[in-house]
Design a protein around this ligand. Structure first.
Ligand SMILES: Nc1ncnc2c1ncn2[C@@H]1O[C@H](COP(=O)(O)OP(=O)(O)OP(=O)(O)O)[C@@H](O)[C@H]1O
Ligand SMILES: [Mg+2]
Length: 173
């Protein structure tokens, strides 16, 4: 199963995704955690954050997950994910796909802004920021939508909500 976490930068995908992956690994060792930021380093050629670069990144991540899935490896994937067509591809090609949307208001992620990208975008120093000059399209068919107030709870509570909603994974080694 590929568990796919979607949301704006600062929505909590990585923080919560790591907790979810760690908890699932207690019963299921054949599971990897894939973070959009880590994968950009893995590719090495940095596709960039333009719409074209993001599309290439999305294509690569979906194909990597497909490869893992076809060999029985589960993944928790934290990725901004602005392309409905790649989300549809995931649903068509993965053996099991569970999509979670972190519907966090823009004002909340702007207030968090750990990477400083929203402030830089507002000041005109940064381009290609999703939610500011690149529109964010909410996923059309998410299996779980986390909205306020629950998506603003402590990260452990959000992780528990996800774990409660997930179909069970095989106990494979
Ligand atoms: N539910 C929450 N309550 C309070 N703070 C949170 C919550 N979720 C995440 N945070 C904080 O918000 C910041 C951003 O979280 P995180 O890095 O997980 O976001 P992200 O969705 O992975 O963003 P990006 O797309 O930029 O990687 C972190 O400092 C994190 O501690
Ligand atoms: Mg992240």
């Amino acid at each position: 199963m590929i568990i796919w976490l979607i949301g704006l930068s600062g929505a909590g995908k990585s923080t919560v995704g790591r907790i979810v992956a760690e908890r699932l690994r207690q019963n299921c060792r054949n599971l990897v955690y894939l973070d959009g930021d880590d994968l950009r380093e893995v590719w090495g050629d940095s596709p960039g954050h333009t719409i074209e670069g993001r599309a290439l990144n999305a294509q690569r991540i979906s194909h990597l997950c497909h490869l893992l899935d076809s060999q029985g490896i589960h993944a928790v994937t934290a990725i901004l994910s602005i392309f409905p067509e790649w989300q549809a591809w995931n649903r068509a090609y993965f053996s099991r796909y569970f999509e979670i949307y972190f519907d966090v208001p823009l004002e909340t992620v702007e207030a968090r802004d750990p990477k400083g990208i929203y402030a830089a975008a507002r000041a005109g120093r940064e381009k290609n920021v999703v939610g500011i000059d690149i529109p964010f399209t909410p996923p059309l068919n998410a299996d779980l939508i986390l909205q306020p107030p629950e998506v603003l709870e402590p990260v452990d509570a959000i992780a528990n909500r996800i774990l409660d909603a997930l179909p069970s994974l095989e106990m494979a080694e």
